[in-house]
Ligand binder design. Sequence first.
Ligand SMILES: [Zn+2]
Length: 338
Amino acid sequence: MPLIPMRVMLDHAAENGYGVGAFNVNNMEQIQAIMMAATETNSPVIVQASRGARSYSQDNYLRHLMLAAAELNPQIPMAMHQDHGNSPETCFSAIDQGFTSVMMDGSLEADGKTPASYEYNVDVTKQVVDKAHALGVTVEAEIGCLGGIEDGHGAGLSGDEAQEHLTDPEEAERFVKDTGCDALAVAIGTSHGAYKFTKKPTGDVLKMDLIADIHRRLPDTHLVMHGSSSVPRELLDIINQYGGDMKESYGVPVEAIQEGIKHGVRKINVDTDNRLAITGAIRKVFAEQPEKFDPRDYMKPARIAMAEVVKARMIAFGQAGWADKVPVVSLDEMAKRY
Ligand SMILES: [Zn+2]
């Protein structure tokens, strides 16, 4: 199946009340792990690459790996998404590389660190929407700022500081009118990275009621939860058991995400959990079989460990079972619909 615009997938998810996990990649095994999980669960797929991932893997490698995934899995609808584009140029270069969806994160200035003004955010997002929609490409935007840093991108806000940059529902409503974006990342107290919360999050720090309010105002805009790894204890334990040094940490509970899905969340970004699964599996091989030196001896278990996490999320978010029902719409056809 050719890559399809992310909008088509999220529209289908909205009509049928499920969410779609968006998993970050920067190498072949991660893409294979996602496709293994998608095939086993019959799930539509969003694969995403940050700016850091694109420079690590190089655009040409990444493009061909994605095309290979599409060619080998004709039954699975896939969208390829630029995660946290820091400028219109980054988004345009992703579109040139065949990405079917881009995130223009104008909540931060082009340095990817400084919280930006509302006007700046509207200006850069609108530039991307105009060009992307003419080509049928989906646009995700962000209003409010998340905590933490991901791949060098982020204001580096602490959990407390992030509470001061939550999405304002009224502003979100105005922002979508001003820009015409398809999907909106909202800041509800989550952070990027492995260290999100120091204890199991409650409604004081994870503001799920904000999502319900934003969804009431913007019923046709697909909401996106970033920083939504669950950081399961078992994954931290495996790493630490085999010589790692991960500190105590809590992520976003899967039940909170499921609650979000009931209130308009359609895309859920998960990266850390997969990183933890891969690292734990590799550490285990290194510790238990120190004589091994063929990378396949540890990359294969790493790939399986990531596929297990992805599979569990696909089932929990409700996207499992829908792959063959998502309509196949070309970018050209989508461009006509805007
Ligand atoms: Zn993010």
